[in-house]
Design a protein around this ligand. Sequence first.
Ligand code: CTP
Ligand code: MG
Ligand code: K
Length: 180
Amino acid sequence: MLHALVAVAFWAMLPAYVPNNAAVLAGGGAPIDGGWTVNGRRLLGDGKTWRGTAVGTAAGIALALALNRAAPAAAAATGVSLPTFPPLAAVGLAFGAMVGDISASFLKRRTGRERGAAFPIVDQLDFVAGALVCAALPEFGWVTDTFTLPVLGVVIVLTPILHVVTNGVAYLLGLKDEPY
Ligand code: CTP
Ligand code: MG
Ligand code: K
């Protein structure tokens, strides 16, 4: 029972998890805010780039399409009914994860946090909120069918743990400047 919930939660959120990690690998180049400041603080900061956002979104969409192909075999192997991603849900999850992360940077700058500063809980769940909202806009029924309350509960508990572990590993590998 719990293993099925965890499997569905992880599977359904994967297209939203991967964009952040792909953005870290691809990041660099022109910042989205073009250096703009508001009240002396950057609108978003140098950590949110066009390239990171584009590559992150593309990676999430590509992963969703790969999961769609793998779903029958994965379901047979695990005995768990795993969801497939309608195209607009795939785009919403991947792009929404980036939008959530970018929105958090906007909030960080407005609250005086410099680029790279930690913002506990927001750092760990911003992309979940962005992904679910942006997937629900075009595919509301799919989101409510897939992310039932128990699945959503697992997502909210599991995501911060995964986030801390993957970012810690990326930091140790020298891919990321901070371990969060
Ligand atoms: N990145 C990017 N574009 C994005 C998101 C991330 O290029 N849309 C890259 C940047 O190189 C960024 C790194 O991934 O520095 C780590 O991402 P993150 O921790 O989200 O950014 P921070 O540098 O910590 O900046 P912020 O304080 O605004 O979150
Ligand atoms: Mg950071
Ligand atoms: K972040």
